[in-house]
Design a protein around this ligand. Structure first.
Ligand SMILES: Cc1ncc(COP(=O)(O)O)c(C=O)c1O
Length: 437
């Protein structure tokens, strides 16, 4: 049942002639799974169609943003209306304010600044934390990815894990030297780092629930412990919700965690869903901290396309459509697919672990009992995943092309789309069993 891929292959050849590796973001290249990356021509609802005319149920959802599925009619209408009025003014607009208000209403932050990518959001949050505290050192966790910011690229999860690179050339030693990297979910390591360097630490940044080494949820109370440790040492607690924000609940991971346990990050970062498929992201936090930001305060940060009127229209429409019913449907789809995947793999005798954070989940191809950190995630049988991935692709299911990623669903995943996934899973599980080491 081989699917045609000659048009994708031809485009990949052309792409490699003009672009490094033929892609504009590394994991798209299929380097971890082999084969021809599919060049997509269109998306509608739960479905993607490639340039050869193959249709796939999309379980990547643009790596998170497409909570409502592709080409949602009301999002398209909002974008169309915005485009018709012009694409960028370089002035304040009403839509930016409305998007900021929507973000503030859903989260514990008091002030927000819009930017164009998650990387820009975390980079700016760190500068602000350093400016606010007058300290330089940043603490992060191995396997957490916060964008390709110099100081945050030490041991950074999926892309790097996939390519087996522990750090990257091009980052000055002086920059890496300001970053302390700790094992995730390890309270003793956090205590020890703060005991030794506490008065030099500007902030600790963490994914609110890591999804970039596969989904590795925080152990109960871990985020609260981080917030409290930072507070005791005068450092800021930066919760990166670029992936989880407005996806795992209407208030992101904080809604599942901080709101329940009663704590608040000093700064938060957002992206993906809040841009509705356009380049929009944000960072925000306590009014006192955000007041340090230019033009109110001395910490400089700016952007020609920040708060772009088309991107903010898409983001605002998406968030306004992201109702409790939408989250209930995404949760239901995720749980159905995750349960069926683990059942199929168990049936085929493939060792694996299912981990979820709300509707974001991963299957780890490992015989470890659980995956609490990056070192354990790294022990996966990537050969088994590769076989599983290609068997799903052959049957019209587009999974993340790496064993170190979360699977994403949308509210547009209807029963037909879910059934196509369920039908494919037992075949993929058999393929994985055949390839297991
Ligand atoms: C948690 C997290 N932070 C930051 C980023 C960087 O966002 P962007 O790719 O928009 O620069 C990502 C991207 O996947 C992410 O998952």
């Amino acid at each position: 049942m081989s699917r045609p891929d000659s048009q994708s292959a031809a485009w990949f050849d052309r792409a490699r002639a003009v672009t490094p590796g033929g892609v504009n973001s590394p994991v798209r290249a299929f380097a971890a799974v082999g084969g021809t990356p599919r060049f997509m021509a269109s998306g509608r609802g739960a479905w993607l169609t490639d340039v050869d005319g193959n249709e796939y149920v999309d379980l990547v959802c643009s790596w998170g943003p497409m909570l409502l599925g592709h080409a949602h009619p009301e999002v398209l209408a909002a974008v169309g209306e915005a485009v018709a009025r012009g694409t960028s003014y370089g002035t304040p607009t009403a839509t930016e304010v409305e998007l900021a208000e929507e973000i503030v209403a859903r989260t514990p932050i008091e002030r927000v600044r819009l930017v164009s990518s998650g990387t820009e959001a975390t980079m700016s949050a760190i500068r602000l934390a350093r400016g606010f505290t007058g300290r330089d050192v940043v603490v992060k966790f191995a396997g957490c990815y916060h964008g390709h910011v110099d100081s945050l690229l030490a041991s950074a999860g999926s892309g790097l894990a996939t390519f087996g690179v522990s750090t990257t050339p091009g980052v000055p030693e002086s920059s890496a030297a300001q970053t302390i990297v700790l094992p995730y979910n390890d309270r003793a390591a956090v205590e020890a780092a703060f005991a030794e360097h506490g008065d030099r630490i500007a902030c600790l940044i963490t994914e609110a629930s890591p999804g970039n080494m596969g989904v590795v949820p925080p152990e109960a109370g871990f985020n609260a412990f981080l917030a409290e440790t930072c507070r005791r040492h005068g450092a800021l607690f930066v919760s990166d919700e670029v992936m989880t924000g407005f996806r795992v609940s209407r208030s992101g991971q904080w809604g599942l965690d901080g709101a329940v346990e009663g704590w608040t990050p000093d700064l938060m970062t957002f992206g993906k869903v809040m841009g509705g498929g356009f380049p929009a992201a944000a960072f925000g936090g306590r009014a006192e901290v955000m007041a340090m930001l230019s033009p109110e305060g001395p910490v400089y940060q700016a952007g020609t396309l920040s708060g772009n009127p088309v991107a903010t229209a898409a983001g605002l429409a998406t968030l306004r459509l992201a109702t409790d019913e939408v989250y209930a449907r995404v949760d239901e789809v995720a749980s159905t697919i995750a349960t069926a995947a683990t059942k199929a793999l168990a049936g085929a005798g493939v060792p694996h672990v299912l981990q979820a954070s709300g509707n974001m989940f991963s299957i780890f191809f490992t015989d470890a009992p659980a995956v609490p950190d990056y070192a354990t995630a790294g022990g996966q049988d990537v050969g088994a995943f590769r076989a599983f991935f290609h068997a799903m692709l052959e049957r019209g299911v587009y999974l993340p092309p790496s064993a170190f990623e979360a699977w994403f669903c949308s509210s547009a995943h209807d029963d037909r789309a879910v059934q196509q996934v369920l039908d494919a899973l037992p075949h993929a599980a058999e393929a994985a069993a055949g390839a297991a080491r």
